[in-house]
Design a protein around this ligand. Structure first.
Ligand SMILES: [Mg+2]
Length: 335
């Protein structure tokens, strides 16, 4: 939505620290302390809307410095009607903040503003963390005890035997009824991925994200894979997502509102994916709770409830940008 819908009296831009309880290990590298940028909009009646820009190497094209300067330019332009900046993550912050502000003005929530009948709670998948087999298995067991019906584990960082050890132990600890999804973040080559997925399929895997990097290789793996394939960072834009659908690169698509330009752009992407008969999974970009909340409202508004959104990641944060948006009994409450 455009800024013309509301009259903005003040736009504040602040860089904020995110700190995880423990660093998050992916095949792209280890994610430790990180900066994001908060955008706070205030209208002439004192209503407030917030958004978060959360660049992350490997997932978004820009640095936090670029996102911050794009937001500062946009904020300065609000007095004379400037346009959106050429920054995907800044665009996400602006879109989210404008939606938040519009919902406050309307006296409702973002998900109800977008879709009046949408649910006010979401069952979400938990990301398990840890570096040892025992730590990962304990993290998965704790997520199930906390009420999650879906857990996700990163693979591709410990060799196939290490992955099989980890995923075998996770499956035995969570039991047969909890859904288990994997994310290789593009770690493998095509032949390697097919061999690994043959072995990992024994653990009843819901889907694997990015077993290989790039849409062509994903399409090749999907033809013979023992596990359904989800496209994530190989499709970073709407055009990529259209190509991913057309090329048969995935059985489903992961959508990160913070990485694609905001909830409105994610909704457009979801419509493209669903028109091809495929599912979408809305996930966080491991950002702070402002961005997670925006993603959760979008997931509710577009009815992306199953497969469960990957939005339990505020539990991973020791230092957040706002009141932590934590699941309760495995669900986010969108009130
Ligand atoms: Mg992923």
């Amino acid at each position: 939505m455009g800024s013309e819908a509301v009259r903005i009296a003040e736009a504040r831009v602040e860089r904020r620290l995110l700190r995880y309880h423990s660093p998050i290990v992916t095949a792209h590298g280890t994610i430790g302390d990180r900066w994001t940028v908060l955008l706070t909009l205030v209208d002439e009646d004192g209503n407030i809307g917030v958004g978060e820009a959360a660049p992350l190497a490997g997932f978004t094209p820009e640095t936090v410095e670029a996102a911050e300067s794009a937001l500062r330019r946009w904020a300065a332009d609000q007095t004379d009607g400037g346009d959106h900046p050429a920054s995907v993550t800044a665009g996400a912050a602006i879109d989210s903040a404008l939606l938040d502000l519009a919902a406050r003005i309307a006296g409702t929530t973002v998900h109800r503003l977008l879709a009046p009948e949408s649910p006010d709670r979401l069952a979400v998948s938990a990301l398990v963390t840890g570096t040892t087999v025992e730590a990962i298995a304990a993290s998965a067991a704790a997520a199930v005890t906390a009420g999650h019906g879906t857990v996700k584990a990163k693979v591709g960082t410990h060799g196939i035997d290490g992955d099989v050890d980890r995923i075998s132990e996770v499956r035995s600890r969570i039991g047969p009824d909890v859904r288990l999804r994997l994310d290789a973040n593009g770690a493998w080559g095509v032949g390697e991925a097919l061999r690994h997925l043959d072995r990992l399929a024994a653990f009843d895997i819901q889907f694997v994200e990015e077993p290989v990097a790039g849409l062509d290789d994903l399409a090749e793996v999907r033809l013979s894979s023992a596990v359904p394939i989800a496209v994530d960072e190989s499709a970073a834009t709407i055009d990529d997502i259209r190509r991913a659908v057309d090329s048969g690169a995935g059985d489903l698509m992961v959508l990160k509102p913070s990485a694609i330009g905001g909830p409105s752009e994610a909704a457009r992407a979801a419509a493209i994916v669903r028109s091809a008969g495929l599912d979408v999974v809305v996930t966080s970009l491991l950002e702070g709770s402002v961005g997670i909340r925006a993603a959760a409202h979008l997931a509710s508004a577009i009815g992306a409830l199953d497969p469960a959104p990957g939005l339990a990641t505020a539990t991973l944060l020791a230092v957040d940008v706002a009141t932590p948006f934590l699941p309760v009994n495995g669900e986010l409450l969108l009130g």
